[in-house]
Ligand binder design. Structure first.
Ligand code: XMP
Length: 518
C-alpha cells in the first residue's frame, strides 16, 4: 500500500472531527486519506477506486447541497456515513431527511433496534451528537439499527450494499464505544483487511527518502520532534549525505540550548549550529508590531540560512538538492473550512517556519512525514529508539520567544522570558507534570506594576504563565494547575528573575484566545 493513497477515502464535509475519523481508523489498523468531495469525484473520473469510503460530518444541510453523488455511490464500495454523511446516504437512496427545528447537540443516549448487536457493545450507551436536520424515514432496503433516547433515527444499515451510517460521531472520545462502533464498519460491514501499523508507517516513510536517490540533503533542523524524527529516519537511508542546520536566533529557551547540545552529543546526526543571535536582534531592534516581528524573524532566517548553506557548499565542494522538512498531514490536507460561511472553501495551511526557502534556494522538498499525524510521528520516534523525553517535548513555535516577549525584543526582555521559562520548566519536571500539559510557557507583558520587594517600592514588569491542553494546537483549553504548583512557580519567578514583581495565570481557551500571545 502506498502511503497517502490510503485504502479508505474519507470525504471531508467540513466537520471539526474529520481528522479524528482518520486517526481512529488508523489506530484500528486501516490506512486512510482525506479528500474533498470535488477531489474524490476527480479521482473516480481518473479511474481510481478505494476499498471503502467514509462520508464525514459537516455543518451544511442536505437541502443546500447540490453535489451529484452518483459517481461515488456507483463505485459500490463499502460506505460509512457519519452525521451529515448519514443524511447524504438517506437522501440519495430515497429516504426522507427532515429540516431541523431543534438540533441534538452534545451527549445523547442511544438504543440498538431490530436485534442489531455488536460484540462487547451494550444495547444502550452514550454518544456524541451534533446535528440539526435528521433522517425521518429510512430508504427502502435499509434498516433502522439505532435510535436516540428521544426517538430519532441514529443509525441505519444496508448489509447487501455494505452501507452503514451513524447520526452520531463514533470518532470522538465522548462516544462510549466509539472505537467498537467504527470497527463494526471495517470488520462486519466492509470486511476489510488491516493494512496500517508502525512497521508499515516506517517502511513507507523510508521509501519516500529512498526514492530521491543518491543526493545531498539539507535539513532545517529545530530539534523538535518532527524534524528530529524526519532527520533520524532519513539519515538511516542517506548516511553522511544528510546535514542538519540549526539556526540559533537568540530567541531560544535555556532548555533548547541544552537539548541541541545533547542531540549533537548523543545522536550521529551531522548538526551544524549557526550562531546568528546578533543579526536577529539587530534586525528586530525597535519593532513592536507582532506581524512585523514575525516577518523579520522569517526573512532573517532565510537570509542567514541561505548564506551559510552557500558557504558550506563551497567549503565542502557539495551541492544540496533537497530540503528535508518535518511537514505533517494536517499541514497538507486540502480541507473544507467549517468556519467559512456558505460552506465549502479550500484551505491549505502553509508551513510557516521555512516557507520561502526552497524557492529561493532552488531546492526540491523531501517531506517523508507528510502523511502522518503528530501522535504517529511520536510513535515513529519511539520505533526509531529515540529517547522518550525527546519524542514528547512540547511544541515550540518557529519564531521562538520572539512571540512571547510582547513589544520590543531587547536582550533584557529576552532574558526575563528565558529565566522565567526555565523556572516553569524545572518545576513541571520536578513535580512530574511536564507530560500532563500540551504546552507550557511564560510571556513577558510590557506593563509595569507597583510592588514591594524587601522594604523598597518596586515598579516592574509582569510575567504571565500560559499552560494549555490540546491535541493539535487548533483548539486548546487552559490547564487548571494546582494552587500549590502555581504558587511555587510564582514565588520563584518573583524572587529569581530581576525586573519581575508580579506573576499572572492565563485562563483563556482557544478560541477565542490563541495559544501564543502574538
Ligand atoms: P496559536 O498561537 O496560533 O498557536 O494558537 C498554535 C500552535 O502553533 C504554534 N505556533 C507556531 N509554530 N511557527 C510554528 O512552528 C509559528 O510561527 C507559530 N505560531 C504559533 C504555537 O506554539 C501552538 O503550538
Amino acid at each position: 500500500m502506498e502511503l497517502g493513497k490510503g485504502s479508505i477515502w474519507i470525504i471531508d464535509f467540513g466537520s471539526q472531527y474529520t481528522q479524528l475519523i482518520t486517526r481512529r481508523s488508523r489506530e484500528l489498523g486501516y490506512s486512510c486519506s482525506i479528500f474533498t468531495v470535488e477531489k474524490t469525484i476527480e479521482k473516480i473520473k481518473n479511474g481510481q477506486k478505494p476499498n471503502a469510503i467514509i462520508l464525514s460530518g459537516g455543518p451544511q444541510s442536505v437541502f443546500e447541497d447540490t453535489t451529484d453523488y452518483k459517481p461515488i455511490f456507483d463505485l459500490e464500495v463499502p460506505t460509512l456515513g457519519v452525521c451529515y454523511g448519514m443524511q447524504i446516504i438517506s437522501q440519495y437512496f430515497g429516504g426522507v431527511v427532515k429540516r431541523g427545528t431543534q438540533g441534538e447537540y452534545g451527549k445523547a443516549k442511544i438504543h440498538f433496534q431490530n436485534n442489531f448487536n455488536i460484540n462487547q457493545v451494550p444495547a444502550s450507551s452514550n454518544v456524541w451528537m451534533s446535528h440539526f436536520d435528521h433522517v425521518k424515514k429510512v430508504p427502502c432496503d435499509f434498516t433502522t439499527i439505532i435510535k436516540s433516547e428521544n426517538g430519532l433515527i441514529a443509525g441505519i444499515e444496508n448489509l447487501k450494499k455494505s452501507i452503514l451510517a451513524y447520526q452520531f460521531h463514533p470518532e470522538v472520545n465522548h462516544t462510549e464505544f466509539g472505537k467498537e462502533l467504527l470497527n463494526h464498519f471495517f470488520t462486519d460491514v466492509a470486511n476489510l483487511s488491516q493494512d496500517w501499523d508502525d512497521n508499515i508507517m516506517l517502511d513507507n516513510c523510508t521509501k519516500e527518502v529512498e526514492a530521491i536517490g543518491d543526493e545531498y540533503v539539507l535539513c532545517a533542523f529545530s530539534g523538535g520532534v518532527d524534524s528530529l524524527v524526519a532527520a533520524t529516519l532519513s539519515q538511516r537511508v542517506l548516511g553522511d549525505k544528510l546535514y542538519c542546520f540549526f539556526v540559533d536566533n537568540g530567541l531560544l529557551r535555556p532548555q533548547d540550548y541544552d537539548h541541541i547540545n545533547l542531540l549533537k552529543k548523543e545522536t550521529s546526526l551531522n548538526i551544524e549550529i549557526i550562531n546568528a543571535k546578533d543579526e536577529f536582534l539587530s534586525n528586530l531592534a525597535g519593532y513592536t508590531e507582532p506581524e512585523k516581528k514575525r516577518k523579520i524573524i522569517g526573512t532573517t532566517f532565510i537570509d542567514i540560512f541561505e548564506k551559510k548553506v552557500k558557504e558550506f557548499e563551497k567549503n565542502h565542494a557539495i551541492t544540496f538538492t533537497y530540503l528535508l522538512q518535518g511537514t505533517l498531514y494536517p499541514d497538507v490536507i486540502e480541507s473544507v473550512s467549517p468556519h467559512k460561511k456558505g460552506g465549502k472553501s479550500v484551505t491549505i495551511k502553509s508551513h510557516h517556519n521555512v516557507g520561502g526557502l526552497p524557492d529561493r534556494m532552488n531546492l526540491k522538498l523531501l517531506e517523508p512525514l507528510k502523511f502522518l499525524f503528530k501522535d504517529e510521528v511520536r510513535q515513529m520516534g519511539m520505533k526509531l529508539d529515540l529517547n522518550t523525553a525527546w519524542v514528547h517535548r512540547h511544541p515550540f513555535p518557529g519564531p521562538g520567544i520572539g512571540v512571547r516577549v510582547l513589544g520590543e525584543l531587547t536582550e533584557d526582555n529576552i532574558r526575563k522570558v528565558q529565566q522565567s521559562d526555565q523556572i516553569l520548566f524545572e518545576e513541571l519536571v520536578e513535580q512530574n507534570l511536564y507530560d500532563s500539559a500540551w504546552q507550557a510557557f511564560t510571556v513577558l507583558l510590557p506593563v509595569k506594576t507597583v510592588g514591594v520587594k524587601g522594604d523598597a517600592r518596586a515598579y516592574e514588569e509582569v510575567i504571565c504563565l500560559r499552560i494549555v491542553n490540546s491535541t493539535d494546537g487548533m483548539t486548546a483549553t487552559w490547564t487548571p494547575m494546582s494552587h500549590g504548583f502555581l504558587s511555587s512557580v510564582s514565588r520563584r519567578i518573583t524572587n529569581e528573575v530581576k525586573g519581575i514583581t508580579r506573576v499572572v495565570y492565563d485562563i483563556t481557551s482557544k478560541p477565542p484566545g490563541t495559544i501564543e500571545w502574538e
